[in-house]
Design a protein. Structure first.
Length: 207
């Protein structure tokens, strides 16, 4: 991968480049390494990028022209996935009725707890203890439904007849220990905002 001086310089597109995120609406500061002392060219709002790797809150992103930099990965906006195409491999749970029943059961338990809390028959601590661990998710749009499978920690898509895995979260990245600061210089709290000495964020449409 050959880096170029800017994320906007003309360069051949990376073969097979598929963005996973976009830059947030306020733009994004970048660094040459996971170190706030080496700022580089900021990115425009909504620029598509591909997240290559994570180091704690840091993330290395790749632009379509091959330019790569480190950013605060917490600020990246994840691109939504499309429903799986027809004929995609079936998920382990191919029948949506089981997940629908689980959603109804869990929602019913939560509603009962809310009723008890509203009627004064349950205090806040008991409500928190009763609802702890409840996790459901469902979006219905016409014949399509997206259901959260808490048992396997994934989202599934169903068109009424078959169900396929829609999205599965990536394993949480392992944070690397911070590099020790020189003994003669007191450590400075890590900041992932725009460095004062760096250029202001570039906006789309600037001359």
């Amino acid at each position: 991968m050959n880096a170029v001086p800017s994320p906007y310089d003309a360069a051949p597109d990376v073969p097979g480049f598929e963005p996973t995120h976009v830059v947030p609406k306020d733009g994004l500061s970048t660094w040459a390494a996971p170190d706030t002392s080496v700022p580089t060219e900021p990115m425009d709002p909504l620029l598509p990028v591909r997240l290559l790797t994570r180091r704690g809150d840091w993330g290395q992103v790749l632009c379509s022209n091959g330019w790569a930099a480190w950013v605060d990965a917490r600020l990246l906006v994840t691109l939504p996935e499309s429903p799986p195409p027809a004929g995609a491999p079936m998920a382990r749970t191919a029948d949506a009725r089981r997940l629908l029943a689980r959603v109804e059961e869990t929602l019913g338990r939560y509603r009962e707890a809310v009723e008890e809390l509203a009627a004064g028959r349950m205090d806040g601590e008991t409500f928190q203890r009763t609802t702890h661990g409840l996790r459901i998710g469902a979006v219905v749009e016409g014949e399509a439904v997206w259901l959260y499978d808490a048992e396997h920690d994934r989202w599934c898509y169903c068109d009424g007849t078959t169900m396929t895995t829609f999205a599965a979260p990536e394993p949480a990245p392992q944070s690397l220990p911070p590099e020790p600061a020189p003994s003669s210089v007191p450590p400075e709290p890590t900041r992932l905002d725009s460095p004062a000495s760096g250029p202001p964020p570039t906006r789309l449409g600037d001359a």
